[in-house]
Design a protein around this ligand. Structure first.
Ligand code: C2O
Length: 553
């Protein structure tokens, strides 16, 4: 097999958007960062050099990292950060995955600008064969802040309130014409009429689930999170941070012209909302009889909105998410566990905590916001959990007592927002499973401030989304209604607002794996935990030894 090598230099670069020039954290001076393009079966080596004064790490989001947990990337979970002037080479094999994923920094809020596409070409031809693909258009959705993002994060942690929202949404780093000074910072894709294109859509936004659409064109979903799906034809998609999808777009508008590419939030996190819209253009090359559907100078947020579902359109978001089904073909069978060895039910909630006595907080009611799972707010340990587990020295780093059921029973609705979850504990709590365990995790939203989906991301494993619903999960009734035939296989699932999602995992990857909300603000507040998969009985089922250049704390 081939080894593909890349060099990432994490460095500052002066970048201007919305008339604001600032030093932006980048990889190799690029924003968005370089695409990593590989083939299924390749070994990948990416040497990351830290050329800034702060620590950093990079995470290969959705890559299985089978037996190579040391290369996963979340700071203090699988590695200590790469320090200033140091390098670390991430080495792993890409096996049994194909499609669109992403990479991003996994230390503080650096992923606001340190992100890029991770594209895996399949070993075998596409299952949507019969379709001749003209070319590919990667579209990475992101957010831009005029301020330094590090400051935004620190300010949020200090005040205990929601973070300052971003100033723009972006398509491949470009805000587009609806924002000030952004006309020239507009993404345009040139296409020929009568062809099929692959759109690789990546949501790299920090804190926003987004709707995405192309005016007058039907999108066909054929893959999510690097797993093929049954084709879904739709006018728009909903995509949560950390999710990726491959779409087919047929350029069937024979009148030619220009069409809108647009993205706007489903619901943003805590107030105030940035409900603006990022716009780009799909431009047909055929000029002969082109009719311009878009009058660029007359473009308004309102006219753009017509292309997209309305903000808060939970019906659309739900219908769309539930329409995604795994392919389940002979060549790509669905490997969902039909029985389980263990079920963990965990709340995912925002909490209020009394303000530390030497401060004033403006979260809500003079208190500060936190977030938790089963009422434990995740605390980042002083050294990496994986390293301390591997060396059998967990003391002062983590404990294995993550509660496997919600501490306060099963009724999560109608709770008083001020008193709910007030006794949140702090800790670095994980649970452990045997190698090969068939694991079910139910993520249960709670009522307090539950105004949005939480995109829960699992490291080191794909999972099957066997059930989703609104209200309280019922351990007696709901499992009987699970989809155990063709559930979608993913690495990030939007748990519906005021509802729950049940996932199943074949826990066959030894190591320590992070689970967290992919809204960065919620991770900072502690909406995270982790699990350990023990080594299997065979030598080929054990975690590999740590690489010699693994960063030290
Ligand atoms: Cu894409 Cu733990 O993150």
């Amino acid at each position: 097999s081939t080894t593909r090598r890349f060099h990432f230099s994490v460095e500052w670069k002066k970048v201007t958007r919305l008339c604001h020039t600032k030093q932006l954290l980048t990889v190799n001076g690029q924003y968005p960062g370089p695409a990593v393009v590989v083939h299924e079966g390749d070994t990948v080596e990416i040497k990351v050099t830290n050329r800034i004064a702060h620590n950093t790490t990079i995470h290969w989001h959705g890559l299985r990292q089978y037996r190579t947990g040391w290369a996963d990337g979340p700071a203090y979970v699988t590695q200590c950060p790469i320090r200033s002037k140091q390098s670390y080479t991430y080495r792993f094999k890409v096996e049994d995955q194909r499609g669109t994923l992403l990479w991003h920094a996994h230390h503080s809020w650096q992923r606001a600008s340190v992100y890029g596409a991770f594209i895996i070409y399949p070993r075998q031809s596409y299952p949507f064969s019969g379709v001749h693909v003209q070319s590919e258009i990667p579209i990475i959705l992101g957010e831009w802040w005029n301020d330094d993002v590090d400051k935004v994060e620190k300010e949020m942690m200090k005040t205990g309130a929601g973070a300052k929202v971003s100033d723009a949404y972006t398509l491949n780093g470009l805000p587009g014409p609806l924002y000030p000074c952004s006309t020239k910072d507009t993404f345009t894709a040139n296409v020929d009429a009568g062809k099929t294109y692959i759109l690789r859509i990546i949501n790299a936004a920090l804190n926003n689930e987004l709707f995405f659409a192309v005016s007058n064109h039907t999108l066909t979903v054929v893959e999510v999170d690097a797993v093929y799906t049954k084709p879904v034809h739709t006018k728009a998609i909903m995509i949560a941070p950390g999710q990726t999808t491959t779409l087919l777009l047929h350029t069937d508008q024979h009148t030619g012209g220009e069409f809108l590419i647009a993205a706007t939030p489903y619901v943003t996190s805590v107030f105030p909302f940035n409900n603006s819209t990022t716009v780009g253009f799909l431009r047909y090359n055929d000029k002969r009889k082109s009719v311009n559907y878009v009058n660029r100078r007359r473009l308004t947020t309102l006219s753009t909105r017509a292309v997209l579902p309305d903000m808060l359109d939970t019906k659309f978001a739900t219908r769309f998410s539930d329409s995604i089904k795994s392919l389940g073909s002979e060549k790509y069978p669905c490997k969902v566990p039909t029985a389980i060895d263990k079920r963990v039910i965990t709340t995912i909630s925002l909490n209020l905590q009394d303000c530390p006595s030497n401060r004033t907080c403006d979260g809500y009611d003079g208190k500060r916001f936190l977030a938790s799972m089963n009422n434990v707010s995740f605390v980042r340990p002083p050294i990496s959990i994986l390293e301390s587990y591997y060396n059998k020295q967990s003391k002062g780093v983590f404990t294995l007592d993550f509660p496997e059921k919600p501490p306060n029973g099963f009724d999560f609705t109608g709770v008083d927002p001020v008193s709910e979850n007030m006794n949140t504990e702090f800790g670095t709590k994980l649970f452990e499973v045997e190698f090969g365990a068939r694991l079910e995790i139910v993520f249960q939203g709670t009522s307090f401030l539950n105004i949005e989906n939480h995109p829960l991301h699992v490291h080191g494993h794909n999972f099957f989304v066997v059930g989703r619903g609104f209200g309280n999960f019922d351990p007696e009734k709901d499992p009987a209604r699970y989809n155990l035939v063709d559930p979608p296989e993913r690495n990030t699932i939007a748990v519906p607002t005021g509802g729950w999602a049940a996932i199943r995992i074949n826990a066959d990857n030894p190591g320590v794996w992070f689970i967290h909300c992919h809204l960065e603000q919620h991770t900072s507040w502690g909406l995270a935990m982790g699990f350990i998969v023990k080594d299997g009985p065979l030598p080929s089922q054990t975690l590999l030894r740590p690489p010699h250049d693994l960063p030290r704390c």
